[in-house]
Write a protein of this length. Structure first.
Length: 165
């Protein structure tokens, strides 16, 4: 519900910037049973809880996220004709070549974290890692770190939404 509210706000913002937006900010293929996480300047953010090591092991938890991109379809805001991105293909059928992908991760600490990269380098699992099945840091570690987004309007909107709940 909170992510949906943020997404609806993001649709209008995307139109202003001649971008489209989707909620497909995180997906992964076959994996183990360890928790998924992202690295931020504030520490690790749990993105998917599989109880290895579990919710309590993280100070910060992702509630959801959105991705802004330059649409191949030319549909700004809500890209009505966009195909659901597949895990292996990332944003290839959505975004124009050599344009940036802007991932916004919405965390329960009231912060919007952001990862920016060229479409060719950013997929749905980019920025995320997985703990091993025994709950220890595994070999699938994030190769890039999210930053605190400088988009002050997004920060304000996310805090406004969180304050309602």
């Amino acid at each position: 519900m909170m992510t949906e509210e943020f997404f609806n706000w993001a649709v209008d913002r995307a139109k202003i910037g001649n971008l489209a937006v989707t909620t497909f900010y995180f997906q992964h293929g076959a994996a183990g049973s360890g928790d998924w996480y992202a690295l931020t300047p504030d520490g690790q953010v749990q993105v998917q809880n599989l109880d290895n090591p579990g919710f309590e092991s993280f100070d910060i938890h992702a509630i959801g996220g959105v991705v802004f991109y330059t649409p191949l379809s030319g549909d700004y805001g809500r890209d009505e004709t966009a195909p659901t991105p597949g895990i292996a293909e990332g944003y290839n059928r959505l975004a124009v070549e050599n344009t940036n992908i802007y991932k916004y991760m919405l965390a329960d600490n009231g912060v919007v974290y952001e990862l920016i990269g060229k479409k060719e380098n950013v997929g749905s699992s980019t920025g995320f890692g997985e703990y091993d099945d025994d709950g220890t840091v595994g070999s699938l570690n994030p190769t890039v770190q999210f930053i605190v987004s400088k988009d002050q309007d997004a920060q304000n909107e996310w805090r406004r939404i969180l304050d309602k709940y």
